[in-house]
Structure formats: structure tokens, C-alpha cells
Write a protein that binds this ligand. Structure first.
Ligand code: HEM
Length: 599
């Protein structure tokens, strides 16, 4: 059990060192004759005292090194409580009571765009300064890693995959995976049937439904389809298709398929909780390992799929004709992986890592695309107009074919997606850790700031992408036009990091953009079709659970105090596993003109 492995050495270090130092002091200053009560008091006080002394020494040393290197300290936050414990409490509360990154907005107002929270005496830097983020993700890339601490918290889930590795190991993963993420392997045709099936099932009779939840299922379905060729919505068992399985295995696999989405969410939440708790996370898992069950489900799901891919590889190797071999090669990500390695655990890790990267980010992007379509009907109209004019209606069911060329022509749609990603980045925060000290630049110029080795930095993408100093007075306006014509200036381009930045930029961008364009085309047509029947998509505020409705004060310019995109949002935006709408995005198809969005 990880808990006990952590507990004993930690207890030894924590319980032995302070009293040892205390008794050495007694000897040193000949205070052995003190009464027992003073010794006990001294023993108890030795813990906080040692802690505070250590903290002061580290601050002193860090400031000294900063001066020696011609730099300055990163501003250290002075909280209301000792050891900045109030920040820890606010941080814990902010998840349920506040908007995403609210605590950072407040700290930034007082301490600037880069500051050190120093909770419990440990350096923890947060920044939304584009110059700092670029430095971390690009200029000093080799020095800013995910780090051992992240690995320790995520290894039971992500194993040795691309998300969980640094240095040469990460380079190996990246070069193994990159070729398959090339746009040549991604066709809108692959996703069209799943999106059509999704639209067919969406209620159009006035019933409210949570589109965020449904898009989560759709994203999972499309990611699994592209990675493995497996149709999640199909009732056929994987073991029966191509492999000799027994009935129990079949049933087990079918159950794992149904529970896959929940198991992934659960595993992500557990790792997220570990990251939030920090070093002492094993203490919260002393009696059981909460990852065991979700990981059992995830592995049960992938096991027969990997076996089948290996079988396919052998079948291909037996083919005589090279062209035929080529044709059948690299059908799905998994086919490439089994060709590249025989290590089944590595293949499984890569699949889990890719699924993690793909599912929630994609679901978040699609959800906010739908949200904005309702929130800003005038922008939605322009989007639908462009789609109508460029995607020429074809024969049969009236659908023009969706091809890569068609997608390339949809310039307003692409600008729309970019603007969604700017204001609602699916990954709102990222984190890195220094191997060695680094000097952080600032956008305003002036002396660089000294960042010590082995220190974490949170990169606040969402704050940077909503920063007036970068994007101008209209920062909170949803304006796809800012991406058109001459496009963004250098300053703005370098402050858009929804796909990450530098060598570790998202590999799935072509996949995500193809899916999102295809979805928007088909969704627009669906809206057109229902509009011809006198129906219109709107928020279903009455279906939203009471505790999850956005507080009305946040929706006014005067009362929002910087929340809710300056009072424009009508839903409560939170960071769950990724950026999401609290309680789901409830919508319905209403008869036209019966409702208004600000009802
Ligand atoms: C709109 C959707 C998406 C957004 C906004 C997004 C964003 C990101 C971000 C911010 C990272 C960096 C994460 C980190 O440093 O820890 C990342 C990495 C990655 N993404 Fe995406 N992603 C999206 C969709 C996808 C999809 C659909 C896939 C796969 C099909 C994918 C595959 C990956 C992979 C493999 C990495 C790891 C790259 C590396 O570490 O070298 N992403 N993505």
C-alpha cells in the first residue's frame, strides 16, 4: 500500500528531526536540568519552530542567489494566516463555491501577473504573464518538466506514457506517436456517422437535456473509434469479433465498455485530488487504493482490443502482396503501436494516455461551441450562414459531402473555434517544475525574476487569454473577427496557448479541429432543419439543478467583479477535469420566440 510506504519514512523524518534538534540544543546550552513541563512544551514547540526556521533560511538563501544572479525575487504572497494557510483553504473552497481560477484573479490583482504563494513554506509560483509562459514552455523547455512529483501521483493511471514522461523517454513517445497524428490519418468521414447518430438521438420535442453529458459520450466514442476502430455504441462484443473468447470474458468486457467513461473520469479525479493534496497524498489512501477498480475496468476494456490488433499484425505479415500489406497497415493508432513495439504494457499506457488527452478536451471544446452558439445568436447566425454557403448541399438526404477541402474553406468557422478556445480553454491551467534555477523574464521588461530549482509553476492560460493588457478593451467580447483578415498580432499570437506551446504542443490538434468542424457543420444543418419546423435551441434554465445555476450577481456588469466574462456568461464555468459547465449544459429545442436567453 502506497500509504504505509509513505507514512513510515515521513513519520520518522517529521517526528525525529525536531526533537533531536531540540535535545541537542538542551545539551549545547546546558539546559538539561529544566523541569519536565518545559521539556514537553519545548518538544511540542520544536515542530513549528523548526518549520518556521527552515522556511526563513530557504527564503534568505533564495533571495541571496537572486541578487547574485542579477535578478529579483518573485513577489511572495503575504496571506492572512501563518504559513499562508488561508490560501490553501481558499483554494480548496474555490472548486465548489467559485468560478474557475477565481482565487488567482484575486491574487493577481494584488501581486501582479507572477507571484509565489509559499503555502506551508513551500515555493509555488503562479503566472499568467505571456513572457513567463513562453519562457517555461519554449525558451527554457528542458529545464521545466512535468517532474517526479507529478509522475508519482499519476503513474498508477498513466504508467509510462507520453503524458507522464520527460526528457529522452518523452522524446521516444513523441516520435512514436507523432506520425499517426498527421492530418493524413484523420478524415471527417470517420466521424460523420457518430455525429449523425448523436443528432438523431437528441430530443427535439421540447424536453430539456444535458448536452455537455451527451457530448462527453460522443467524444469518447470518436476517440475510441479513431484509436482502435472499436464502435462503443455497437452491441457486438470485442472478444467475439476475431478472437475466441468465452462467455464470462464477453460479459466482463461488455460491462467494462459500459463503465469505461465513468472509470476514466474517476481515475482522473483521483489523480487530480492527489496533485491538489500535494506531498502528503498517500496519507489519504492509507486503507485502500481507490485507483484499483477504475484501472481494472480500463484494462479489461483494452486487453482484447490489443490482442486483436496483434492478431491483425500477424495476419498482415502473412500477406504476400506488398501493396495489400500497405493498405491494411496503420488503420488505427493501435495498429501503428503494435507494429512499433511488442511491449503490451507500453501499448496500453499509450492508449490510456491518448484517451485521457482526447476525450475531455474535445468534449469541453464541443460543449463551449454549443454554449456560445446559444449565448451569442448573432455570431451563431454568421457561422451558420458561412456553413450554408460553403458546404454545398448534395443529393439524397440534402447533405453536401464534408471533405478536408471544404473544412479548409470555412474561415469564419475556424475563427469561431479559435475564439471559443481563447475564452474557454479546455485546459485552463497547466503545471511544470524546474530542474535547475531559472530566470523568468517579464512582459513589462526590467529585471528578471529568480525561480529556484525543484519549484512548481502553475501556468494560468485562462487568465492570460482573458487579459485586457494583451487583448485590449474588448477582451471579454466574443469576436471571431479578431482572428480574420490580418489575424492576430505577435503579442496576441504568443498569448494564445490553448493547445499548449513549444515542443510539447498538443499532438491531437488536427484530430480535434477536424471533429469540431465536422460537428459544427452537421449541428448547423440540424439547427436549420429544426428551424424550418419552427424550433430553436435555447438554454433550459429550469432543468439546471438549483445549486449549479450561476449566481445572478455574476451575470451583471456591476456585480460580477470580473467574474463570468464581465457578466456575459449565463452558465457557471468551473474546472472539473477540464473546463466545464457546473451541473451540465441544459438545453432544449423550443418553439421559436417563446423564450429569451436572459430569461
Ligand atoms: C480542443 C481539444 C484539445 C485541446 C484544447 C488540447 C490541449 C492540449 C494541451 C494544453 C496539451 C498539453 C498538456 C500538458 O502539457 O500536460 C495537450 C497535449 C496533448 N494532446 Fe491535446 N488537446 C485537445 C485534444 C486532443 C486530442 C483530440 C488528442 C488525441 C487525439 C490530443 C492528444 C494530445 C497528446 C498526445 C498530448 C501530449 C503531447 C506531449 O506531451 O508531447 N489532444 N493537449
Amino acid at each position: 500500500m502506497k500509504g504505509s510506504q509513505f507514512l513510515y519514512p515521513a513519520l520518522l523524518k517529521t517526528l525525529i528531526v525536531p526533537p533531536l534538534v531540540f535535545s541537542s540544543c538542551l545539551h549545547l546550552f546546558a539546559l538539561n536540568q529544566l523541569q519536565a513541563i518545559w521539556k514537553i512544551l519545548g518538544y511540542i514547540l520544536s515542530f513549528p519552530i523548526i518549520y518556521i526556521i527552515r522556511s526563513h533560511i530557504s527564503v534568505y538563501l533564495s533571495s541571496r542567489r537572486a541578487r547574485l544572479m542579477g535578478s529579483r525575487d518573485i513577489p511572495r504572497v503575504k496571506g492572512r494566516w501563518p504559513l499562508n494557510l488561508d490560501i490553501l483553504v481558499d483554494w480548496a473552497k474555490s472548486g465548489s463555491e467559485e468560478e474557475v481560477a477565481r482565487m488567482m484573479v484575486l491574487l493577481q490583482r494584488k501581486w501582479g501577473r507572477t507571484y509565489n504563494t509559499r503555502v506551508l513554506g513551500e515555493d509555488q509560483v503562479i503566472s499568467s504573464d505571456p513572457a513567463v509562459l513562453k519562457h517555461v514552455l519554449m525558451d527554457d523547455f528542458d529545464n521545466f518538466v512535468k517532474g517526479e512529483k507529478f509522475k508519482d501521483r499519476a503513474v498508477d493511471f498513466l504508467g509510462d506514457g507520453i503524458f507522464n514522461s520527460d526528457g529522452d523517454r518523452w522524446k521516444f513517445h513523441r516520435s512514436l506517436m507523432r506520425p499517426f497524428f498527421h492530418p493524413a490519418h484523420i478524415s471527417p468521414k470517420l466521424f460523420t456517422p457518430s455525429i449523425r447518430a448523436f443528432l438523431d438521438e437528441v430530443p427535439s420535442d421540447g424536453e430539456g437535456f444535458d448536452v455537455q453529458k451527451e457530448l462527453g459520450k460522443l467524444a469518447l466514442e470518436m476517440a475510441i473509434l479513431w484509436m482502435t476502430g472499436e464502435h462503443l455504441s455497437s452491441t457486438t462484443s470485442s472478444t467475439k469479433v476475431g478472437l475466441e473468447g468465452n462467455k464470462d470474458e464477453d460479459e466482463d468486457w461488455a460491462k467494462s465498455k459500459d463503465k469505461l467513461a465513468d472509470a476514466m473520469t474517476q481515475a482522473q479525479r483521483i489523480v487530480g485530488k492527489r496533485v491538489k493534496i500535494g506531498t502528503i497524498w498517500p496519507l489519504f489512501e492509507l486503507t485502500h487504493d481507490p485507483l484499483l477498480e477504475p484501472m481494472r475496468i480500463i484494462r479489461t476494456f483494452f486487453e482484447p482490443i490489443i490482442e486483436r490488433a496483434i492478431k491483425r499484425k500477424h495476419d498482415r505479415q502473412n500477406l504476400i502482396d506488398d501493396d495489400e500489406k500497405q493498405d491494411k497497415d496503420h488503420l488505427h493508432l493501435i495498429d501503428r503501436l503494435v507494429v512499433a513495439t511488442d511491449d503490451i504494457k507500453l501499448i496500453e499506457d499509450q492508449l490510456i494516455n491518448t484517451l485521457l488527452a482526447a476525450r475531455d478536451t474535445l468534449a469541453s471544446c464541443l460543449t463551449f461551441c454549443v454554449y456560445v452558439l446559444i449565448l451569442h445568436p448573432e455570431v451563431g447566425s454568421k457561422l451558420r450562414e458561412e456553413i450554408r454557403s460553403i458546404v454545398i448541399a448534395g443529393e439524397g438526404d440534402g447533405d453536401g459531402e464534408i471533405t478536408k477541402d471544404v473544412i479548409r474553406e470555412l474561415r469564419y468557422t475556424r475563427a469561431y473555434i479559435n475564439e471559443v478556445l481563447r475564452l474557454y480553454p479546455p485546459v485552463p491551467l497547466n503545471i511544470r517544475r524546474t530542474l535547475r534555477p531559472s530566470l523568468l523574464p517579464t512582459s513589462s521588461g526590467g529585471q528578471p525574476m529568480y525561480m529556484p530549482a525543484n519549484t512548481s509553476i502553475i501556468l494560468a492560460f485562462i487568465l492570460m487569454q482573458r487579459d485586457e493588457k494583451v487583448w485590449g478593451d474588448d477582451v471579454n467580447e466574443f469576436k471571431p473577427e479578431r482572428w480574420l483578415n490580418d489575424g492576430l498580432g505577435k503579442k496576441e499570437r504568443e498569448a494564445f496557448m490553448s493547445w499548449n506551446y513549444g515542443p510539447r504542443m498538443c499532438l491531437g490538434q488536427p484530430f480535434a479541429l477536424t471533429v469540431t468542424h465536422t460537428f459544427l457543420i452537421l449541428f448547423s444543418r440540424h439547427l436549420d432543419k429544426l428551424s424550418s419546423e419552427g424550433k430553436k435551441l435555447d438554454f433550459a434554465f429550469d432543468s439546471q439543478h438549483e445549486n449549479t445555476s450561476i449566481p445572478s450577481l455574476w451575470t451583471t456588469v456591476e456585480g460580477c467583479d470580473g467574474r463570468a466574462r464581465g457578466g456575459k456568461d449565463r452558465m457557471w464555468v468551473v474546472a472539473d477535469v477540464v473546463l466545464a459547465i457546473k451541473g451540465g449544459l441544459w438545453v432544449r429545442f423550443d418553439p421559436v420566440e417563446t423564450r429569451r436567453i436572459d430569461e
